[in-house]
Design a protein around this ligand. Structure first.
Ligand SMILES: Cc1cc2nc3c(=O)[nH]c(=O)nc-3n(C[C@H](O)[C@H](O)[C@H](O)COP(=O)(O)OP(=O)(O)OC[C@H]3O[C@@H](n4cnc5c(N)ncnc54)[C@H](O)[C@@H]3O)c2cc1C
Length: 445
């Protein structure tokens, strides 16, 4: 690719920043990656926003571009379905795919980040700077001001790729620009993590092959397995629910009443509950993502452009797709950053809006609808339709998690399938009703 003489800075060596650096380096573009944290290869890992996360088809396709797919899969645990836990402690398994064979993958966030960072670090042309916290970016002078352990430092860049997460400092450079639309919508729910350790004989305390859900109407808990045979549970509760539990007894009593099967599996429940922080959950929407000044152009990438709630397990998958799109657009436009970044934002915006809405909707599905017999019949009907009409009928979950069909195409496609889904669901409900009403076969004898 032609060298356009741009000096390229990526702010944030999180999931998106590292992947983007590796992709650009491979393209022969020199890039400097600035990260506020210490180098995780030599420092203790900082507790991130979640211990583990679910990676699915989109994330794997992106990791494949830098040769990390197999490595990621080797560090991940497959989850073939949901395991729903009732308030009385019974469990029922619900496969994700029609044939039950397709999993999403639980992976440690810090390990995935480290693998991407190592990939970026060994890519020629990629420079890494740790302990660099962006304070401000001036697009007219092209100056980025950082706080570093050695004091304030200014660097110049003509292309600034802001991958510094949902509360992006780089985004502040454009927040008050005319024409920049920005919103952040907080859920009334926050999240807190708890741990279920391995059993005394070193085994998983529950099935590792599932994403566990305790749906409780207005709130819920989930648990994903880790390679060390523990589970990380995440409570998604309203602030009022968190605030209501003050004493140790209240914490234990509440779990015994609402999540009875967890109490015996989580010996540090009270300690975790007391000491682990409550994280916030917000949907961040912004546009345009590309901003030009006299000397520099800034593009927002990943959560910095469009943070979403985690209920479809797609935030990182979606951020990875942004990186792939930037890389692809640069190839299409022969390294012309102006045209490439315009194409990037035009192609990605509708997709990111679509997954933001689907993620919000999936919260209601996970915490509430999964309990309903109609919802369960609908899932059965969808799986039957998928087996009967392979490739022609594909459920929303499959389209999001097991394909790379652009997110923006999914709502319309699911809309076209609505009538046939409703008819098939009615059929499943009728069959279920017949099964419970009609006499058993042996009663005819
Ligand atoms: C509870 C929870 C569960 C989740 N589960 C999933 C899941 O299962 N599947 C999934 O796909 N997604 C999940 N996500 C979403 C996912 O974590 C994010 O979408 C993803 O991390 C976004 O990547 P990013 O690189 O854009 O931002 P980040 O991962 O936030 O990285 C930003 C980086 O920028 C650095 N930085 C920040 N400020 C500065 C600064 N001023 N100067 C320099 N560097 C800076 C940070 O230290 C960090 O390294 C979850 C999110 C949450 C909160």
């Amino acid at each position: 690719m032609a060298d356009r003489g741009e000096s390229v800075a990526i702010v944030g060596a999180g999931l998106a920043g590292c992947l983007l650096a590796a992709l650009l380096g491979r393209r022969g573009i020199e890039v400097t990656l600035y990260e506020r944290r210490a180098d995780p290869r030599t420092a203790e890992p900082e507790r991130g926003r979640s211990i583990n996360l679910a990676i699915s088809a989109r994330g794997l396709a992106a990791l494949d571009e830098v040769g990390l797919k197999d490595d990621a899969l080797a560090r991940a645990l497959p989850m073939h379905g949901r395991m729903v836990h009732t308030p009385t402690g019974e469990q029922s398994s619900r496969p994700y795919s029609a044939d039950g064979t397709r999993p999403i993958h639980s992976i440690s966030r810090s390990e995935l980040n480290l693998a991407l960072l190592e990939e970026a670090a060994k890519t020629p042309g990629v420079e890494l700077r740790f302990g660099y916290r962006l304070r401000s970016a001036d697009l007219d002078s092209g100056v980025l001001a950082f706080d570093t352990p050695a004091g304030a430092e200014e660097v110049r860049a003509s292309i600034v790729l802001a991958a510094d997460g949902a509360f992006s400092a780089a985004r502040r450079a454009v927040t008050f620009r005319t024409g920049f639309n920005f919103s952040q919508d907080y859920l009334e729910h926050g999240y807190k993590e708890l741990t279920i350790p391995p059993t005394a004989d070193g085994e998983f305390a529950m099935s590792p092959d599932a994403l566990h859900i305790w749906p409780r109407g207005g709130s819920m808990m989930i648990a994903l397995p880790n390679m060390d045979r523990s589970f990380t549970c995440t409570l998604f509760w309203t602030r009022a629910e968190f605030d209501a539990l003050v004493s140790d007894e209240q914490i234990v009593d509440h779990f015994a009443a609402r999540y009875p099967d967890v109490v015996g599996l989580a010996p540090d429940l009270v300690d975790d509950y007391r000491h682990n922080p409550i994280g916030s959950l917000a949907t961040i929407r912004s546009y345009p993502w590309v901003h030009r000044g006299e000397r520099a152009t800034l593009a927002l990438v990943g959560d910095a452009a469009h943070a979403i709630v985690p209920f479809f397990g797609q935030g990182a998958n979606c951020a990875f797709e942004d990186c792939i799109e930037i890389d692809r657009s640069l190839a299409e436009h022969d390294g012309d950053w102006r045209r490439a970044l315009d194409a990037y934002q035009q192609r990605r915006k509708a997709n990111c809006d679509a997954i933001a809405e689907m993620a919000l909707d999936n919260f209601v599905e996970m915490r509430d609808r999964v309990n309903s017999p109609v919802f369960q019949a609908k899932t059965q009907a969808e799986h039957w339709l998928e087996r009967t009409l392979p490739g022609r009928f594909v459920s929303r979950y499959e389209l999001v998690s097991f394909t790379t069909v652009p997110y923006a195409e999914i709502p319309a496609r699911v809309g076209r399938q609505r009538l046939v889904t409703a008819v098939a669901t009615a059929g499943v409900l009728a069959a279920n009703a017949a099964r419970s009403l009609l006499p058993h076969r042996e009663d005819h004898r």
